[in-house]
Design a protein. Structure first.
Length: 268
């Protein structure tokens, strides 16, 4: 991965217990270039986006925005749930514009059960993504994230799934967010990268997985068995604009963030 071109970031999920304003300052002090602000996080803290924008400007930190994920489903068979979820996505997209976000991460909804009709799911997903793309009035790039391959209710999980979705919206510029831990294994990740046409954004964390056993995802770097160094040197991933740390840590401090950033730079 070309570190001269790739911005190193940290998601606010890592700093969930803190206010966004505090998280931005910590990420800056730890030496990161960007912070990914989760819409759910900002909805919870109810901070003023203009004030967050001022802190971003003062610290020199750029940002990305992640769509809401808590109790939402844009592809729900419940019409009210689907429409309400989409409204939250659109509200988050407006936040991305206010914050001058480089990227907006889009989750592709899910099935309620494996008995939901797949053709209806795909119709709902196409309509929702088109609504978001049409509403995007800024230079923020909308990227679709690959979901967790071990969850039967998730649909957009493979490279082929992402290509199918992007082809439905081919007249719009839409990118890809590559989440390594969602694919469980090094081999799955390599197969994914060999399939997709581009990577714009990376969610980086480790995964501990053995066939036939439950996976432990979003681990700190080095705590799983993904070959992260090999994966981050794959040609398809080397051109990613932003690489964001997305690990689960319990109220991490500055030293924790500095250590994780050091691990990332060593991998690259």
């Amino acid at each position: 991965m070309n570190t001269d071109a790739t911005l190193l970031g940290c998601t606010s999920m890592v700093l969930w217990k803190k206010r966004i304003s505090e998280a931005v300052r910590l990420v800056s002090r730890a030496g990161f270039d960007t912070i990914e602000i989760w819409a759910d996080h900002l909805f919870r803290t109810e901070e003023n986006p203009a004030e967050i924008r001022a802190i971003l400007d003062k610290t020199g930190i750029r940002c990305t925005v992640h769509c809401p994920i808590i109790d939402v489903n844009i592809c729900s068979m419940n019409r009210v749930m689907a429409e309400t979820s989409l409204e939250l996505y659109l509200r988050s997209l407006e936040l991305a514009k206010e914050l001058h976000s480089l990227i907006f991460v889009f989750h592709a909804g899910n099935l309620f059960s494996v008995f939901d009709p797949l053709p209806e799911y795909w119709k709902k997903l196409e309509r929702a993504l088109l609504r978001v793309l049409e509403a995007n009035s800024s230079e923020t790039l909308v990227v679709v994230e690959n979901m967790e391959v071990d969850k039967p209710q998730e649909v957009v999980k493979t490279g082929e799934d992402l290509i199918r979705l992007l082809e439905l919206c081919a007249s719009w510029e839409t990118g890809i967010c590559w989440d390594l831990t969602h694919l469980l294994s090094t081999e799955n990740n390599i197969g994914f990268l060999e399939t997709i046409p581009r990577v714009d954004h990376v969610h980086l964390s480790d995964c501990l997985y053995h066939e036939g056993k439950p996976a432990h995802k979003h681990l700190r770097i080095g705590e799983g068995n993904l070959d992260l160094s090999r994966l981050l040197q794959q040609p398809a991933g080397r051109k990613a604009r932003i690489l964001s740390l997305e690990t689960v840590m319990i109220d991490p401090g500055l030293d924790d963030l500095i250590l994780e950033r050091k691990k990332i730079t060593e991998l690259l």
